[in-house]
Design a protein around this ligand. Structure first.
Ligand code: ATP
Ligand code: MG
Length: 717
């Protein structure tokens, strides 16, 4: 039928259309997973642009990840049939905050080329301040302070706004004072941390009417995805910007709120109607993503949470397969089994891009990586700072940061003696002292100290070389393509040579990572743009074109969907996490359950839930029991399989104090029964079958603790 309506409305259901067409006034879309919230938000964006209600540059659109921003941009481009040039305000809160702050940096005492610190820099800086305040860093770790400062920033609090009770949490009330000093230090370093990207902007909007009015005028429409995970500071920021025109549309799902540990507040959803009276509330109930079994499994699980806003979900999709719950022996077998399933799916025509393995914690990814490397299955790891967190990458970046911004003291400090060039702590302390006295950045202080006789001749020579190097590299910044400059710097600084000389097992891999780094740089116009990207991105997807299986944390998978999803490690202590169990409260357990709900609802057609009877966590073998979430799944929609039982039930003794019996068997000869030669060379574990297991409690004289003695007979095929 020839419909006169624009293509971006075609196929949308009635409430989705309402979300698109109610352009004026506040709108809140509150709906479950896979109901087309993001789709509706994207269509709304397209509609606003296509009907010329606003130019792309007049719309503020917030997504939760950089990946989601990219996808939304592409989708809008496809929908309105032209490349969307200049959607400068489409991105994550952090990216948008950084962009805004660069324009107004001077209002908070920064220059527009400020550096964005990562966690490592932040901790180093805090450590210095803690020591300077004569506190015992062991007793009052920098990490604790960093966590507090982060929390305060997420709430929109400047140091002056931190109340005494909160400040008590660190070094008997010194918390707020150290926070203030930290902010001062950041200012002198011309730097800010992630929390500042929003907090500084919030401060500016609150104290500079002209700036506030400028943005209130500019942003004719505001769109927010994953609204349930905004924190207080983000919420206040949005409210200020939307106050004038009130054209704000937020979409979210209270059941998918999974960032309360980072300060997100579901309460923001409930406040929406109060802050924006007369808001249109839209509910979507048709799920377009998953099969009925998957949907029912997720719904059945989340029903165990209390205090939900509650919602109905239905789908027109055909029956599909039940969710497959698979119990296996241990972590390596889990990886092996998942690898086999993926290869089988591939033979049936599933694309690797359509497969994801979702884990609760980063540590779980390694076993999959090992296995996939062994069988040659291409994979990518998404989420976290994995790639950019590696030491060699951080070192290389530090060199580049000093070149881009010679006053970047933290970067300078990181590499001043890497590779070793005879500039020990003493020399660095002297540079520091001079820098402080003269109010100079370290590199400038280093140049100056060369004129004095404060350094030993050896240190002086080394420093003169380094200072000369940086001057030379910086001079070439505009003339050499920056990836080439990076290669030159790595060579001339001796960094490459240092790795080449290193005989340890991973030095080859580290050299490869550096090559990968310079390759990644090619995608960016300038060194500055690249460094900005690095400080903002969470995901390492340098080669996003190749077809690969994705391994990621559930947190990183929010908003995404895959044909086939493997949910790994559903065991007590892994998922729900030990931390959530230790906290003991219902709140943290419910957040874990929401996370499980997010995990299941990523799957379109097939969903596997794995649990292992033995798990190595941070080097310790422990036996584990299936997650309570497994037992909460509705029976009618799952199949249970136990590859190791053969009729017997899983053996669950508490041997958390005991090392892996099979590793012990193997340890004698290096490799004993239980190991076989792997295709890739080396050895791999064979899944053993337990024939007999005996456990008895014995007292080894530790009061209050019974030790467990274990005997195991195993059968190896
Ligand atoms: P989540 O809560 O996980 O973020 P969501 O509500 O944002 O999910 P979307 O990702 O927008 O859901 O949509 C889920 C899937 O349904 C996508 O594949 C999308 O293309 C499809 N979809 C959305 N709306 C419709 C529709 N009206 N008709 C057909 N398919 C749709
Ligand atoms: Mg979404």
């Amino acid at each position: 039928s020839a419909s006169p309506e624009p293509p971006y409305l075609r196929g949308l259901n009635a409430p989705q259309r309402q979300a698109v067409l109610t352009t004026e006034g506040p709108v809140l879309v509150l709906a479950g997973a896979g109901t087309g919230k993001t789709a509706a938000l994207t269509a709304r964006l397209a509609h606003l642009v296509a009907t010329r209600r606003a130019w792309p540059s007049e719309i503020l659109a917030v997504t939760f990840t950089n990946k989601a921003a990219r996808e939304m941009k592409e989708r809008v481009g496809r929908i309105i049939g032209e490349a969307v040039e200049g959607m400068p305000w489409l991105g994550t809160f952090h990216a948008i905050g950084a962009r805004m702050l660069r324009r107004h940096a001077e209002l908070v005492g920064l220059q527009s080329n400020f550096t964005i610190l990562d966690t490592d820099d932040q901790l180093r800086l805090l450590k210095q301040l803690i020591l300077a305040a004569d506190l015992d860093e062991k007793r009052w770790p920098a990490r604790l302070l960093a966590g507090l400062i982060d929390r305060w920033k997420n709430r929109g609090w400047t140091p002056a706004q931190v109340d005494a009770a909160e400040s008590e949490g660190y070094a008997n009330g010194k918390g707020a004072e150290l926070y203030a000093r930290y902010q001062e230090r950041l200012k002198t370093l011309n730097a800010c941390d992630f929390g500042d990207l929003l907090l500084h902007m919030l401060t500016i909007l609150r104290t500079h009417r002209d700036v506030l009015e400028h943005y209130q005028q500019r942003f004719k429409y505001i769109l927010v995805d994953e609204y349930q995970d905004t924190n207080q500071s983000q919420y206040l920021w949005l409210r200020l910007l939307a106050q004038e025109r009130k054209n704000i549309c937020c979409v979210g799902d209270d059941d998918q709120s999974i960032y309360s540990w980072r300060g997100a507040e579901v309460a923001n959803i409930l406040r929406f109607e109060k802050d924006f009276p007369g808001a249109t509330i839209i509910r979507l109930e048709q799920n377009y993503r998953s099969t009925p079994h998957i949907l029912a499994t997720a719904s059945g699980l989340i029903a165990h949470n209390g205090g939900r806003l509650g919602k109905t979900l239905w789908t027109e999709h055909g029956e599909g397969e039940k969710v497959q719950v698979v119990g296996i022996w241990d972590g390596p077998e889990e990886a092996r089994r998942v690898g086999e399933e993926i290869e089988a799916a591939q033979r049936r025509g599933t694309r690797l891009d359509d497969v994801a393995i979702l884990v609760r914690a980063q540590f779980q990814t390694r076993e999959f990586e090992d296995r996939f490397i062994a069988i040659g299955l291409p994979y990518r790891i998404v989420g976290g700072f994995r790639f950019y967190e590696r030491a060699e990458i951080r070192d290389a970046l530090a060199y580049l940061r000093v070149i881009a911004q010679p006053s970047d003291d933290l970067a300078f400090e990181r590499i001043v003696n890497t590779p070793k060039r005879g500039l020990g702590d003493k020399a660095v302390a002297k540079i520091h002292a001079l820098g402080r006295a003269a109010g100079l950045p370290l590199l400038a202080a280093a140049a100056q100290i060369l004129d004095s006789d404060e350094l030993t001749p050896q240190a002086r020579r080394a420093l003169a070389n380094l200072v000369g190097d940086f001057a030379r590299w910086r001079a070439r910044l505009d003339e050499l393509p920056h990836p080439e400059l990076a290669r030159l710097v790595l060579d001339e600084s001796g960094y490459t040579a240092m790795l080449q000389a290193d005989r340890s097992a991973d030095s080859a891999g580290r050299l490869e990572n550096l090559t990968e780094l310079t390759r990644a740089m090619e995608e960016y116009e300038t060194l500055g743009a690249f460094l900005e990207h690095v400080s903002l991105v969470m995901d390492n997807d340098a080669d996003r074109d190749a077809e690969k299986v994705t391994i990621m944390t559930i947190h990183a998978a929010k908003g995404l969907e895959f044909d086939t999803v493997f949910l790994a490690g559903w065991e007590e202590g892994v998922f729900p996490s030990q931390r959530a169990l230790d906290e003991g409260g219902n709140a943290s357990l419910e957040e874990e359950r929401r996370l499980a709900y997010v995990a299941i609802t990523r799957a379109r057609r097939k969903c596997f839930i794995m649990h292992a009877a033995n798990r190595r966590i941070y080097g310790q073998w422990t036996s584990s029991i299936p997650s309570r979430f497994v037992t909460e799944l509705p029976d009618a929609h799952v199949t249970q399989e136990n590859s190791m039982s053969g009729g017997e039930s899983l053996w669950r003794a508490n041997w958390s104090e005991y090392a892996d019996p099979f590793a012990d068997v193997a340890r004698g000869t290096g490799r004993g029964p239980g190991w076989r030669r792997a295709v890739s060379g080396g050895f791999e574990r064979v899944p053993p079958r337990v024939i007999e297991a005996k456990a008895s409690a014995v007292s080894l004289g530790n009061p209050g603790r019974s030790d467990i003695e274990i005997g195991v007979r195993v059968f190896h095929s």
